[in-house]
Design a protein around this ligand. Structure first.
Ligand code: XMP
Length: 518
């Protein structure tokens, strides 16, 4: 068991609790999130937190069986920060009053102004008189608990920031962990400083802890892991291999829709560099035959997803006796799959193409990256010694080139697309632009156009270059290449790739476009 200074986040069910953990990791503070049901007096005594954070949550303190915390938490003598529901619960348990919504519910941006007294928790705040915060609450505090004072108010929240500095109890009505509270990170920094954290946590420590947890969970069982060649599944595989060695077998399903040289790269890296047992399931014929004549993007995705499950299952059975399936699920995948409104959201594209695999195979899941964001996974990959060129790779969709070849897919088209894509990526790397771009690729258009080369007429395919910047793939802007770059790239593609005689650049942002063409 690692002995870091530990902060305990008690989770009352907020959608953004993981963001609190992320803000703390950025401050090099080790924290663990535990659901309130698990946080008993015994748990607290054993955990020995150096500080505690009460998360937000959707409940009302008046509800029957409302989420709560054991009274002991207030006697530990450690700083506590309550957020939103956490604030209401603190007031409720410490002798203040909470009232139901009735027209005072508040959702969205608000501005907090300071009271006369200063509070170290707010160091760096209010330089411009007021701060923007993000509110999201139904009930509100109507009377603060004895010992507390008010340090900030908003038009609808007279108790936006409250504290009992003697006991180091802090309670805010808004969410400092979200980006819409621009000075939120500063508030967390102040809180952990007040709690005396030295910031001794690193990605190296995270790796150690993750390895310990994987060993504890898996014991001496066998684990299989589907490798896609992307960063997430690769980092998960290398991490798990470091934890349990050859109890792990990776299965790489090659659907014949990878980019140039990609399948070979994955196989040699895992087998030769890392010595991880790997099954290379070359099933390109199966996939490409099934996709013959298919032009509808959703049918393509579903066909690939279905076959993937079949093939994966077949090869996983060869391993024999595996009880766990490892996946490189990231935190954004987890939040995306929980709808905020509680209702089903409209399917733009069915991204989760291999959903349902664990249930179908009766396997338990190991998802060691479930709490991390993409940039943290990359940092963990570096910690694990994965090559930089690999870690920085652009994301690549599960259905691969199938969705970069709008309309019907043929082997010939895929060969042309692979070559054009390789030239384009080479251009981007040569110009030193690769790391500035979130994703870049060529889409081969299902249309032939007339051109002239030498003295002859050509009648070949047109392609579109795509390059976008993005933070999370949810929104994106097209990348502003120079005309020189675009001209040079078009010339190279037309000269070097037989079958393409026209190159266009896609300048659509997302929304209204999507990143991929299908
Ligand atoms: P879109 O095209 O929806 O892409 O703007 C957003 C991000 O998701 C990737 N993407 C997929 N990933 N299966 C995947 O695993 C899919 O079916 C799929 N479709 C899009 C896309 O490459 C981009 O990074």
């Amino acid at each position: 068991m690692t002995q870091h200074e530990r902060l305990l986040i008690i989770d009352f069910g907020s959608q953004v609790t993981q963001l609190i953990a992320r803000r703390l990791r950025e401050l090099h503070v080790y924290c663990e999130i535990h659901p309130y049901q698990k946080v008993t007096e015994e748990f607290l005594k054993e955990f020995k937190p150096k500080a505690v954070i009460f998360s937000g949550g959707p409940a009302s303190v008046f509800a029957e069986g409302a989420p709560s915390a054991p009274p002991l938490v207030f006697q530990l003598g450690v700083p506590i920060l309550g957020i939103c529901y956490g604030q209401q619960l603190m007031m409720h348990l410490l002798g203040g009053k909470v009232e139901r919504g009735h027209g005072t519910a508040e959702f969205g941006r608000a501005f907090v102004t300071p009271s006369a007294e200063t509070l170290p928790l707010l160091d760096g705040w209010f330089a411009e008189g007021r701060e923007q915060v993000w509110m999201s609450h139904g009930d509100h505090v109507s009377e603060i608990a004895p010992g507390f004072r008010v340090y900030g108010t908003s038009p609808n929240a007279p108790f936006a920031i409250t504290a009992d500095p003697e006991r180091q109890f802090y309670a805010v009505q808004f969410h400092p962990e979200v980006h819409h509270t621009p000075k939120g990170a500063q508030l967390y920094a102040n809180f952990v400083k007040l709690a005396g954290f030295t910031g001794d946590w690193t990605m190296g420590a995270y790796r150690e802890e993750a390895i310990r947890q994987i060993r504890e969970k898996v014991g001496d069982s066998k684990v299989i892991c589907g490798l896609s060649g992307g960063v997430d599944s690769s980092v998960a595989a290398v991490l798990i291999h470091q934890a349990i060695g050859d109890q792990l077998t990776c299965v790489f399903v090659d659907h014949g829709l990878m980019r140039q040289g990609e399948a070979q790269e994955v196989v040699s890296m895992f087998r030769d560099t890392y010595n991880i047992p790997l099954i290379h399931a070359d099933e390109s014929d199966l996939f490409l035959n099934a996709l013959e004549g298919v032009s509808d993007p959703e049918v393509k995705r579903k066909t690939i997803g279905r076959l993937f499950i079949d093939v994966f299952q077949k090869h996983a059975h060869e391993v024999g006796g595996a009880t766990f399936l490892a996946q490189g699920t990231l935190y954004p995948d987890v939040i995306e799959s929980v709808s905020f409104s509680g209702g089903p959201s409209v399917t733009i594209k069915s991204h989760h193409n291999v959903g349902g695999l664990p249930e179908k195979m009766g396997l338990k899941l190991v998802e060691p990256l479930r709490e991390l964001f993409k940039d943290e996974v990359r940092a963990l990959g570096r910690e694990l010694g994965l090559p930089e060129r690999f870690i920085g790779r652009h994301p690549f969709p599960g259905p691969g080139l199938a969705i970069r070849c709008p309309g019907e897919i043929t082997r010939d088209k895929l060969a042309i697309l692979r070559q054009a894509d390789a030239v384009y990526i080479d251009q981007i790397r040569r110009h030193g632009l690769y790391d500035e771009i979130w994703q870049a690729f060529v889409a081969l258009l299902p249309v032939r156009t007339v051109g002239v080369m030498g003295d002859g007429r050509t009648y070949d395919y047109a392609c579109a270059l795509r390059a976008v910047t993005s933070v999370d793939g949810m929104t994106a802007d097209y990348y502003p290449f120079s005309h020189e770059f675009l001209g040079e790239t078009a010339t190279r593609i037309i000269n070097e790739v037989q079958g393409i005689n026209r190159v266009t650049y896609d300048i659509t942002s997302k929304p209204p476009g999507t990143i991929e063409w299908e």
